[in-house]
Design a protein around this ligand. Structure first.
Ligand code: RIB
Ligand code: CA
Length: 312
């Protein structure tokens, strides 16, 4: 089993990432940490507790940064609603979170673990950058950072940038420049990790303990993406990062140089991917360029049905 920590800003697709990890017998989910992003730190933290309560995952949860390293927080209510998880009522938090900060939790887990750990950030990279700043030597305990973020050609929050990188570009610059092995699961593939309206209706029709919540939540997220981007469904961005840990063949990657723009306001947060080796910069990131969408959607549907069965 691959031992992972998910650092997230739930967020509909963050929820799917957590569920995919929980349902997989190839993943040992050591903990969940939260960061402000899709919504405020209060809301993403509460949403993580509600999700883990729903799937009865009694694992460590630690709260992280309420704002980026240097900049003001930008949230995404247009995609995730005022709660950060609009579309269905999730249970009141029933698990007790840790009383240490996410950064200290991640550092402690890495220090105490005999084996390396894979970090799966699916929100702004503030917490991960803080881990590397606070304890630079800890990076030799990180097996790989498999992050949802960035994009070579695709963007969403501005014409140049993807939301997670845009919100905290300085944090992303630190992470991308850390020397830790990184897989970037960006919009070029996650916009194609799409659950169609028909596939979502199938989840709604299952009407199980988990699918009766997940279905309406995915419908909300799909409607928001249709309204804003004209997509025919919900791009489950964050879950593709977890899927790439479970089965790396779900994406095709290329080892390329990636730099993060932090100076220009016009292109703030752009992930500049040197696809043709035009610069003298050495490759530093495995960039996901292709995705096996049918395999990914099968992962998602199979996971939700496994969780339904577990709680039937
Ligand atoms: O750009 C998509 C990313 O931003 C996803 O992680 C989504 O949850 C938001 O955090
Ligand atoms: Ca996210």
């Amino acid at each position: 089993m691959t031992r992972i920590i998910i650092d997230c800003d739930p967020g509909h697709d963050d929820m799917m990432a957590i569920m995919l990890a929980s349902a997989s017998d190839k993943i040992d989910l050591l903990g969940v940490t939260t960061v402000a992003g899709n919504q405020t730190g209060d809301k993403t933290f509460e949403n993580a507790l509600r999700i883990l309560t729903l799937i009865k995952e009694e694992i460590p949860v630690a709260r992280g940064a309420d704002k980026p390293l240097l900049r003001e927080l930008v949230t995404a209510p247009e995609f995730h609603g005022q709660s950060g998880l609009d579309g269905a009522e999730l249970p009141e938090p029933g698990i007790k979170p840790l009383h240490i900060d996410a950064v200290d939790f991640i550092i402690d887990m890495l220090e105490e673990s005999l084996e390396k750990i894979v970090l799966v950030p699916t929100g702004p990279l503030t917490n991960i950058a803080m881990v590397l700043l606070k304890n630079p030597d800890i990076k030799h305990k990180i097996e790989r950072i498999v992050l949802m973020g960035g994009g070579m050609h695709d963007s969403n929050v501005t014409p140049a940038a993807e939301f997670n990188i845009y919100v905290d570009p300085e944090a992303a610059k630190i992470v991308f420049g850390s020397g830790v092995p990184i897989t970037m699961v960006g919009l070029d593939v996650t916009n194609r990790a799409l659950m169609s309206f028909e596939e979502i209706e199938g989840i709604v029709a299952d009407n199980g303990v988990i699918s009766s919540k997940v279905g309406p939540l995915l419908k909300f997220f799909a409607n928001a993406n249709k309204k804003i981007f004209g997509l025919n469904g919900a791009p489950i961005h964050d879950a593709l990062a977890v899927a790439a840990v479970i089965d790396p063949t779900v994406v095709e990657t290329k080892f390329l140089n990636v730099q993060v723009e932090v100076s220009s306001e016009l292109t703030r947060g752009a992930t500049v991917v040197d696809i043709y080796g035009a610069t003298s910069n050495s490759p530093n990131v495995d960039v996901a360029l292709e995705v096996d969408t049918p395999k990914f959607v099968h992962f998602m549907v199979d996971s939700i049905r496994k969780l339904d069965k577990k709680f039937a």
